[in-house]
Design a protein around this ligand. Sequence first.
Ligand SMILES: Cc1cc2nc3c(=O)[nH]c(=O)nc-3n(C[C@H](O)[C@H](O)[C@H](O)COP(=O)(O)OP(=O)(O)OC[C@H]3O[C@@H](n4cnc5c(N)ncnc54)[C@H](O)[C@@H]3O)c2cc1C
Length: 444
Amino acid sequence: MDGTVNQGTCLKLSGFTAGRGVRKRTPGQSVFPKTLFSDSLRSRRRELKTPSTLIIGGGIVGLATARQLLRQHPGADVTVLEKEPAPGQHQTAHNSGVLHCGLYYTPGSLKARLAVEGIREMAEFCAEHKVPHEICGKLVVATNDAEVARMDKLFKRGQANGLEGIEKLNRDQMREIEPHIGGLAALKVPQEGIVDYIAVTTALVKNIEKMGGKVVTNARATGFREGSEWTVETPAGDFSADWIINCAGLHCDRVSQLAGQKRDLRIVPFRGEYFRLKPESQHLVRHLIYPVPDSQFPFLGVHFTRLINGGIEAGPNAVLAFAREGYRKTNLNLRDLFDALTYSGLWRFAFKYPKMCVNELRGSFSKKYFCKQLQKLVPEIQPSDLEPGGAGVRAQAMSPEGDLVQDFHFARGTRALHVLNAPSPAATASLAIGTEIINQLEFN
Ligand SMILES: Cc1cc2nc3c(=O)[nH]c(=O)nc-3n(C[C@H](O)[C@H](O)[C@H](O)COP(=O)(O)OP(=O)(O)OC[C@H]3O[C@@H](n4cnc5c(N)ncnc54)[C@H](O)[C@@H]3O)c2cc1C
């Protein structure tokens, strides 16, 4: 990460300065000297100016929201608080690097709308800020008659979501694009692409700081006090502002609870593990090859992804992670595991879908089984073509009834907005999600 990120000590300790609403206070210092700022003066200030805003979480969603806020309200006082030494270290840095265009999502859902808007905005952002990306297109492959029927529905869904240029291909046509592909038929989705999301994060931070916003690292939000404004406690000091926006990804449910919300939904962390194709096997895949998704589990189904910085990834699967930020099988966080295992929703989910849970676990422990899933897409692939890749952990919200929350989900509190479900394609859609959040607030 570049050196422009503020390291916790960047903000003045002097309290309120004209036009700068977010202030850092030394621990123990009062939020506002009562004699200087009466409640009526504070509310008058709120009426006149864009409220100052603290964004908790410097992943791609928090940063994109800060940027959109500063663009819509130039001069607004915006500070992003990130717990790690650098922004974008979790889901933003551990994903497939795909620009999704909105093919899969229920027409009318936030995901459908924000993916379609978001990929356009993200491609423009990348072009403007010289972030490596490529609109290379993808193939969605149907490998049996049932999948062909689902693929036809997907084609209609893509059209309903406003995608142009999607095409149904027969075997010969799809092999012209991907010579080693298996299956009966495919959908060609020309709008999809690949991108370096870490480079997007770096560009977002620079852009935010250029517009006068701040990104403070090593600043884990550990406590919230709500008065006439919010005060957020962090190891880098206390910060105060009119509004808070919770974009804490894998910890968003806990942050919302700390800020006084009832924790109705719980984040259940699902680790996704990848293999990489060995250099001598990379000729087997040219672009992006995906299976037809199961509508109940849209995030399931291993796929092949060409990475923007070179190499081909295969995966990910989905298994319960024993730590919310655990990227290895052996990572264990007792609090996270206790949280998951004592949640009735998770047990209901496991009883509803035992076959799916067992199959995903099998793929985690057996390379041969993982490879079998990949062979449906590219029959020539052998276990010997694969070497271990990385892993990511999805922040998936689950209801107490054991249902996965499918759409993006926001909850409103008093001068607060909590992003409680932002799984894939939230990286692609992050700029559009930022705009949606700003529009849902009462700033205008
Ligand atoms: C395996 C995998 C593959 C994926 N593939 C794709 C893809 O190809 N395309 C796509 O569009 N999407 C993809 N996604 C989804 C995408 O990565 C996420 O939707 C997106 O990164 C979410 O961003 P975020 O900012 O909400 O979360 P994060 O990136 O996790 O950021 C949250 C931030 O909040 C910080 N934080 C947490 N708690 C606190 C606290 N108390 N105080 C301060 N800071 C805090 C964390 O440190 C973190 O930096 C994938 C996800 C996974 C896991």
